[in-house]
Write a protein that binds this ligand. Sequence first.
Ligand SMILES: [Zn+2]
Length: 71
Amino acid sequence: MAGAARVLCGAEEERVVATHKAPGACPRCGGAVVATDVESERRILCLPLCLKRKRKYSCTRCLRRLVTLYS
Ligand SMILES: [Zn+2]
């Protein structure tokens, strides 16, 4: 049942395009922040539907996602 629902909604594939250093520091541990450009592709029945690019921020030390800090 869950598998069928996933096929109908389409699977989303993500792959990392690039990573680079971001300004600022992690509010939790003070570690370096890294920006990751991710390309996400949504497929329905093996047909690529749309390609989105988004940038994610995360701490390199505690691996905490810092989305709310920059978005
Ligand atoms: Zn951190």
